[in-house]
Ligand binder design. Sequence first.
Ligand code: SF4
Ligand code: SF4
Length: 167
Amino acid sequence: MNETLARITINSETRHVKDLSLHQKHLRFKCLRCAIFCCRLGGPWLTGRDIERIKQAGYDMKDFLEPALKSKFKGLPIMRGSLKNKEDGSCVFLKFDAEKNRCECLIYDFRPVLCRLYPFDFGWISLNTIVLKFIPCCRGLNNPDGELVDEEFITNYLLDSVLDLMI
Ligand code: SF4
Ligand code: SF4
């Protein structure tokens, strides 16, 4: 399967999209809040802004931040560490909610930018051009009840996260 969703060029001064070409026309997405893949795979990496947001939500850095050598984040120099994981590999903020009978993110409104972006991801082609991809194992993809992942979806839901990581 071709996992490329779109190619995007940004004007780095205005932070506006100069060009967006969509490679997938029929992809749909709705998060099922299953917390199966995104919250149990280790990490995620954190930007300085992520760390500040989580601190402002009342959490102590020593309880959630796993510092890492800068060399680990060569591809994304904006990263400052990662979220701690529990022994089973799940995120430290993933908690079972007995009433809902499912796991919930304790910091959903303040979650890191990579969590907001998931199941989408990107790679650089040049300084201001990226390829936006999707991670096919996520159960929310190709959900018939999901929203069409088109230019509007990318602009409304993904672009801020991408810009947070790019610029
Ligand atoms: S992003 Fe995907 S894997 Fe993560 S909770 Fe939503 S549906 Fe599940
Ligand atoms: S911060 Fe929340 S959304 Fe992100 S990995 Fe942890 S539990 Fe999942």
